[in-house]
Design a protein around this ligand. Structure first.
Ligand SMILES: [Zn+2]
Length: 663
């Protein structure tokens, strides 16, 4: 376009500048339908002459956002957001007015007028986006090239990526060689533009070549040195990083040759691409997030792509790091809940806790889908399809359970079953709860979180609240938690020691113990180890020596509870009572877990879980009843009935209660 006058002469003709620009703006405006534009990101429903939907600018449950087709503007009655097509794009895409017009101009197929070179000005951004888009188009065409793209297409086919998916995500390929893109985009896009867009790298003029020492297959001779620039991405599958609104802001590039490292190469940070503020596939996902009420966040681009292809289009991907605050804000704008995936490797645990904290702080609800080690969403979908994902999603748990599972498990699985050095796992887990609770935004959310944590951990909510309060004031919270954990452990220890003592003194009751509990029911590592020995052979000898010493100590002690009774029948009763106490402790825990899961499931009624709950409850009630009878017997009337008779009675009660045989 040359309607622009040269130089800065201020006469009548200068007014033609805004006039022509205005003309262009109005052309773009009339070529854009506001209902269609907004309808891409907001679900709209026709009401009378207008369209209504949930406001994208604030969180709401009942629609107060309306779009006027005739007058081409939108308005929210709640948060008062409003404007025309350009304002909408400015607000949702965080663009300047001119950039918004340029974006809609490209969208409508209207040529964007040239701008004067304005280094560092808003025009720079548009220019960058144009360069990146041209690169994406080039990569797409190379992937489609019958010869050059064959290998990359075969790779995608092996991964099960369909042609529709390739098109939807604008996947591409860059052949081996040093100057494919540089040459393809010249002279329209000068070297400087390619460098700024992160697509090309300037050659070192002397001495060392580019960091990549791979022979330049099909490249120009001496590609690494000399004047000019060379392609950053070579012989790679190209995944465009598309911002909400459709602009390509960068690329993720996957190596096709095994020897190429790194496997994934991302665009560097540029004025339009910030790794920590970008979410892959958000552009497509946000249209589906409203209906699902959540976004799935995965780590790999191809995990997100696989989910979309499987019809789970509310998925986005990070670039494999813990979520940032910027990303959490982006997510929050689109959905109230986020589903994360966790594949069980220990290295991911810390990153997961950080992500949970960030999401929490942003006011998001979180569900964690646990996948078997080594399984990612992509492989899960390939093996088990969308149903496989849905089943995993069904079994998802929340932040509190994540901590419980992964920080407590560390203790249960400790090698040798002996107490590890440093802090107790239970203490560490509760500290993590406190830290997470602190980030939980407002007071109400924090209280709900702590209440839930106290239910899941079976731990006093007051202790957690007090520790949180201390941390909130910048003080250390370790002490109240440590003291509470110790007190709890003392109780557990004496319970476990009593049970072992009773069983050592009445080895005949071990068969009964085996039917109710297992060594895993002992929390104290030494007690658990002795129980395992006892289970193996009640007659001993127990090894190693520390366990034998513990056994001797328990047998000798006469101050450790009721197991010391002289009467063998009474000792047997006590052994069963101690066994039942441990069984009841486990059942109570199981019930807490199930109740928490049930509360989590919310409206989606889960009959399987309800049935499981009832079964465990029945088992618990039966054992409580049995314990009461044994207790009465031990107290006063030892001759009323013998323990075996009681057990038979109880079995019958149990069969009636559960409608099935005992475990
Ligand atoms: Zn609003």
């Amino acid at each position: 376009m040359s309607a622009r006058p040269e130089g800065g002469r201020l006469h009548a003709g200068a007014r033609a500048v805004p006039a022509s620009r205005e003309e262009w703006v109005e052309r773009v405006r009339s070529a854009t339908d506001i209902v269609e534009l907004i309808g891409q990101t907001v679900q709209l429903r026709k009401v009378g002459r207008n369209w209504v939907g949930l406001c994208p600018f604030h969180q709401e449950k009942t629609p107060s956002f309306s779009v006027h087709a005739e007058r081409q503007f939108y308005h929210c009655f709640s948060c008062k957001a409003g404007g025309d097509v350009f304002k909408f794009i400015q607000e949702t895409e965080k663009l300047s007015f001119l950039e918004a017009v340029e974006m809609l101009s490209r969208r409508a197929g209207i040529a964007v007028p040239e701008r004067r070179g304005e280094p560092g000005e808003p025009g720079r951004r548009a220019r960058l986006l144009e360069t990146l888009d041209a690169a994406a188009a080039a990569y797409e065409s190379w992937l489609g090239d019958p010869e050059r793209g064959a290998e990359a297409r075969a790779y995608l086919e092996r991964r099960g990526v369909s042609r529709e998916t390739v098109r939807a995500f604008r996947l591409g390929f860059v052949p081996a060689g040093w100057e494919n893109l540089v040459k393809r985009l010249a002279p329209r896009f000068p070297e400087e533009a390619l460098i700024e867009a992160g697509l090309a790298v300037r050659r070192a003029n002397e001495g060392s070549g580019p960091p990549d020492t791979r022979p330049a297959v099909g490249g120009s001779p001496g590609a690494g040195r000399g004047p000019g620039v060379y392609d950053r991405f070579r012989n790679r599958l190209m995944v465009p990083l598309v911002a909400p609104g459709g602009a390509v802001v960068g690329f993720g590039a996957r190596a096709l040759a095994e020897e190429d490292v790194p496997k994934y190469l991302n665009s560097p940070e540029t004025p339009v691409y910030h790794k920590g503020a970008f979410l892959f596939a958000l552009d497509a996902a946000r249209r589906h997030a409203a209906a699902e009420g959540e976004l799935i966040v995965v780590e790999g681009y191809f995990d997100a792509i696989a989910l979309h292809q499987a019809g789970l289009s509310h998925a986005v991907a990070t670039s494999g790091t813990a979520l940032t605050e910027d990303q959490a804000r982006l997510l929050r704008r689109v959905a109230p809940r986020v589903t994360l995936t966790f594949d069980g490797d220990a290295a991911g645990q810390g990153a997961m806790l950080r992500s949970l904290g960030v999401l929490f702080a942003a006011g998001l609800d979180v569900a964690v889908v646990e996948l078997p080690t080594g399984v990612d969403p992509d492989s899960l979908l390939r093996e088990r399809g969308p149903d496989g994902w849905r089943a995993a999603r069904e079994a998802a748990y929340d932040a509190v359970e994540f901590i419980q599972r992964h920080m407590l498990r560390a203790q249960a699985g400790a090698p040798g079953g002996l107490p590890g050095p440093g802090v107790d796992a239970r203490e560490r887990a509760l500290q993590a709860v406190v830290e997470l609770g602190l980030q939980g935004g407002d007071e109400i959310r924090r209280r709900l979180f702590l209440e839930r944590a106290s239910r899941v951990f079976g731990f006093s909510a007051e202790v957690l609240a007090r520790a949180t309060e201390l941390r909130h004031r910048g003080q250390r919270s370790a002490e109240p938690i440590r003291a509470a954990v110790r007190a709890q452990r003392q109780v557990a220890l004496s319970l476990e020691r009593q049970a072992l003592q009773a069983l050592l003194r009445s080895p005949a009751e071990l068969d009964y113990a085996r039917s109710e509990i297992s060594p895993a029911d002992f929390e104290d590592p030494a007690c658990a180890a002795l129980a395992a020995e006892l289970w193996r052979d009640p007659a001993g000898p127990f090894a190693p020596e520390p366990l034998a010493a513990l056994a001797r100590e328990l047998l000798a002690a006469d101050d450790e509870g009721p197991g010391r009774a002289e009467d063998p029948a009474l000792r047997a009763t006590f052994a069963r009572m101690a066994t039942l106490k441990l069984a009841l402790r486990r059942l109570a825990r199981e019930l807490r877990g199930l109740a928490a899961r049930q509360a989590q499931a919310g409206e989606s009624e889960d009959r399987e879980r309800a049935r499981e709950f009832e079964e465990v409850l029945a088992r618990q009630l039966v054992r409580e009843e049995l314990y009461r009878r044994l207790f009465r017997q031990a107290q006063a009337e030892p001759d009323e009935s013998n323990p075996d008779q009681i057990l038979m009675d109880i079995k019958q009660i149990e069969m009636r209660a559960t409608g099935q045989s005992n475990d």
